[in-house]
Write a new protein. Structure first.
Length: 161
């Protein structure tokens, strides 16, 4: 059973962090890359990437993905650990889904509107929005859970529209 405080801690973590490591696999060979991201209130994670990048091609072939997110910390900061996520990655194609991803992404102020449009229109490396729908999020946090820092949050399986 999920701890109700756990969801709010994870949501705050997703709101504070801006970069994640995204892992994909093809033919038994793993790959990991860094992407700037935004999350919605359901803990879905959005990013945009060139459609010809290795991770984008691997998601098209096998949507099972994993991600890791950690916040930068100084040597005097408490060990907040990080998030490990497993779920399903997908290229967004419906205009309503793309609009939602764009709204969340632009709210993070990682890139501005013109920069995102330039990435999307790039002739050699056109970018598109992707979504990670998590099934499991594991938080490691010694601050909020000193007796048992590894906390699992299971999400109901989402169906892609």
């Amino acid at each position: 059973m999920n701890n109700p405080d756990l969801k709010s801690i994870i949501t705050e973590y997703l709101a504070e962090a801006k970069m994640m490591q995204l892992a994909t696999v093809s033919a038994g060979k793993p790959w990991i890359c860094n992407v700037w991201f935004a999350a919605d209130s359901d803990m879905n994670i959005y990013w945009f990437s060139a459609t010809n990048r290795r991770h984008s091609l691997e998601i098209a072939a096998d949507p099972h993905v994993a991600a890791a997110i950690c916040l930068p910390r100084g040597s005097q900061d408490a060990d907040r650990g990080g998030l490990q996520i497993e779920g399903t990655g997908q290229l967004l194609t419906k205009p309503s889904d793309i609009a939602k991803a764009t709204k969340h992404y632009l709210s993070r102020k990682i890139f501005n509107v013109s920069q995102v449009k330039n990435f999307m229109a790039h002739l050699d490396r056109p970018h598109r929005f992707y979504k990670l729908t998590p099934d499991l999020i594991v938080l490691f946090d010694t601050v909020h859970f000193p007796e048992n820092p590894r906390q699992e949050f299971r999400l109901q399986t989402h169906k892609n529209d």
